[in-house]
Design a protein around this ligand. Structure first.
Ligand code: WTA
Length: 680
């Protein structure tokens, strides 16, 4: 195994001061300076955000009031009475400057193809796309769903929607037809934008086929725009499907489209994310607050400078891609890289090859990527010249100190600061992260709150947690980027975020604050799991499993996974007359792939005779979590269960599953070890 990340005992954790060279040139140069700006932003939020809004956004009409926010209702509004356009801010205003011919978007295809769009070129493409949408009958406020891989047309399409005031909703290309259909129907989209297929590690995923299945039951979709990426054969439905490239090339489509004057609180997009219960929720983000918040966090947290080449490796199907590939960077006039592929294809140095090729300065990725690349060995990081890097970022899940140190040493060469950025789809942009030139880095801790954000840690009884005491992470006040509602379900919005700790926004995460005021994130405390930085609701996976005729009941829990952060463990109780078998396991995995997508497939399935339930019938996941973490001795009192004997049986069964998992892992490692020797 040779290249495993070496665990560092906790006592040895060091605090890393910001490198002097970095601080000298940074927007915020010292802890004192950070604290001073932070203090002002909290004491006078209206003044702070008004100042930021003046400096970072071009307005068609100024606001009458900066903010009107009440968490108890909840009702959140910023820049009341103001008008602006997001695509104008991301494109047009740069054309009047030296940025006109600066690279806005650099796209790198999985197969090595690449395209660079200057601000001027991007503007032209966006205008044409916007005019095409208009021609298809898309009007201000209409929803357009995007089911695309990481191709430039995705970024262009989002900006085109924002130009005409249409509301986009991106569905990650790894989701299944069923998941796509549910999202289209929830937001009642008028148009779907997709493509023939997508490349994934050399394979082709038939996106249009999935879209066709989804569109069988989506009455609101009138038109489907289809781009050509892979050249695979697809079926086109007359009257509904349109070849997008041909439609965009039409000479009647103008390369100028007037940007719609949008009210500050007009919707910009809906993005679906998983919650503890029920179906994914469509989080709605609005125009001014979201744009300002992503622009400002991008500038300060990534310490953005005009000459930087910025690369966020996320997929635009997730919030990270929305905020830090498209809106944040482009609003700042930055050069943003968009990569279609995966980190290990065709080789585990693919990311470093791209860093070398484009001389990337700021690199933003997820801990799961860092862990999986660390596993491939340091040799891969040395094959490329990555000396252009000056700042590294992490997002999506807590970064374990071992992975942090590996990243710092092998990628940052102990020269680049690392920003560990905590945030959520709901928050629009980063809420907690130490500013790289100002605040010392503490591996494993996200650090300090961003300007204007007041986090707190609360104990179960609602009282504030003390130093180093675990509790629920809440935010006490509003910030411009916060989601305004759950589309079509304001009641659920209030219940999910504003009912647990009255007067505060509840994040669903556990946290503690150390003596320096650094926030340490401790993972989800609700029934959401985080698999490779992807959020999944346990309820969604359970609902999928019980659709299978053999399954009576299912309970999903996360378990610690070396690479993915968390893996998915399924406890399944069968209906009478059904027997557990390898084939049935395969069928269940298939079921989750069909209903949600490959990211939701269980890593392990244990068939059980019964699940631990309270007398009122609630499944005690806490007990199941302890069992999968091999901490059965910490389960505690189970006498209140309806049938305490099930626990003993599950523990016995678990041992059998564990030894199978171990065997599988050992086999995989032996094979991969062999492969690595051949290729490095
Ligand atoms: C987790 C992704 C610890 C957290 C931007 C949160 C993190 C969920 C971090 C949101 C971090 C994200 N440290 N945990 N730096 N960043 N998380 O909505 O549990 O896909 O609630 O947004 O990811 O996931 P989402």
């Amino acid at each position: 195994m040779g290249n495993r990340i070496i665990p560092v005992p906790h006592e040895e954790h060091k605090i890393f001061p910001p490198p002097e060279e970095f601080s000298k040139k940074a927007h915020v140069k010292s802890e004192t300076e950070y604290s001073e700006i932070y203090r002002k932003s909290i004491e006078d939020p209206e003044g702070f955000w008004a100042d930021m809004a003046e400096k970072n956004i071009t307005w068609f009409k100024k606001w009458e009031k900066v903010m009107d926010c009440d968490f108890s209702k909840p009702d959140i509004k910023y820049f009341i009475g103001a008008q602006l356009n997001v695509s104008y801010n991301c494109l047009d205003r740069h054309l009047k400057t030296y940025r006109k011919n600066k690279a806005a978007l650099i796209w790198e295809g999985e197969n090595g193809e690449n395209k660079t769009f200057t601000y001027q070129e991007l503007h032209r493409h966006v205008c044409r796309f916007a005019n095409l949408l208009k021609k298809l009958g898309v009007k201000k406020g209409d929803r357009v769903v995007f089911y695309l891989p990481m191709i430039p047309e995705l970024a262009i399409g989002l900006l085109a929607c924002s130009r005409i005031g249409a509301v986009h909703s991106v569905v990650f290309g790894g989701f299944s037809a069923t998941a796509l259909r549910e999202r289209i129907n929830d937001c009642q989209a008028k148009v779907l934008v997709t493509c023939d297929g997508s490349f994934r590690a050399g394979k082709v995923i038939p996106l249009k086929n999935n879209a066709d299945s989804a569109l069988l039951e989506t009455p609101t979709v009138k038109q489907c725009l289809v781009f050509n990426r892979t050249g695979i054969t697809i079926k086109m439905t007359e009257g509904r499907d349109i070849f997008a490239e041909k439609a965009l090339a039409d000479e009647n489509i103008s390369s100028w489209c007037k940007p719609e004057e949008m009210d500050a609180e007009d919707p910009l997009f809906i993005l679906y994310t998983s919650g503890s219960t029920g179906k994914p929720k469509g989080l709605l983000h609005t125009t001014a607050g979201y744009l300002l918040y992503t622009a400002v966090t991008f500038k300060y947290i990534f310490d953005y400078h005009e000459e930087d080449t910025f690369w966020c490796t996320a997929d635009i199907g997730w919030i990270t891609g929305h905020s830090y590939i498209v809106y944040g960077p482009l609003c700042n006039g930055a050069t943003s890289i968009m990569f279609e592929g995966v980190p290990t294809y065709p080789h585990p140095d693919r990311y470093w090859e791209i860093v070398e090729k484009y001389k990337v300065n700021v690199f933003y990725t997820a801990p799961t990527v860092i862990r999986s690349l660390a596993r491939e060995g340091e040799a891969w990081t040395k094959k490329r010249d990555i000396s252009s890097l000056r700042l590294l970022g992490s997002v999506g899940e807590p970064i374990n100190p071992e992975a942090w140190l590996w990243y710092h040493h092998n990628i940052g060469k102990e020269r680049c600061p690392i920003v560990d950025t905590w945030w959520q789809t709901e928050t629009g942009g980063i809420l907690i992260s130490s500013l790289p030139g100002a605040v010392p880095m503490n591996p494993g801790a996200a650090g300090r709150p961003f300007f204007g954000v007041q986090p707190a840690v609360m104990k179960a009884d609602g009282s504030p947690a003390g130093e180093n005491e675990d509790g629920a992470l809440v935010i006490k006040n509003a910030w411009p980027g916060i989601t305004r509602t759950i589309y079509g379900n304001p009641k659920r919005y209030k219940e999910t975020y504003f009912s647990q700790h009255k007067g505060n926004y509840f994040s669903g995460d556990g946290a503690k604050v150390d003596k320096n005021g650094d926030y340490h994130l401790l993972g989800r405390i609700d029934d959401v799991i985080n698999v490779s930085g992807h959020r999944l609701g346990t309820a969604e996976i359970e609902s999928s499993l019980v659709v299978h005729p053999a399954v009576a009941e299912a309970a999903i829990v996360g378990f610690p996974h070396e690479i993915k952060g968390q893996g998915i463990f399924a406890f399944v109780m069968l209906n009478s007359g059904f027997q557990s078998s390898k084939d049935l396991e395969k069928e269940l995995v298939k079921q989750t792939r069909k209903d949600i997508g490959p990211i939701a497939k269980p890593d392990a399935i244990q068939f059980v005779e019964g699940l631990p339930k309270t007398r009122s019938g609630k499944i005690m996941r806490r007990i199941l979590r302890k069992i999968v973490e091999d901490k059965a001795d910490e389960i505690g009192d189970i006498t209140t269960l309806a049938d305490p004997t099930v626990v003993e049986k599950i523990i016995e069964g678990r041992e059998a599953v564990s030894s199978k998992q171990r065997e599988k892992r050992e086999k995989r490692e032996t094979m991969e070890g062999g492969k690595r020797k051949d290729s490095t």
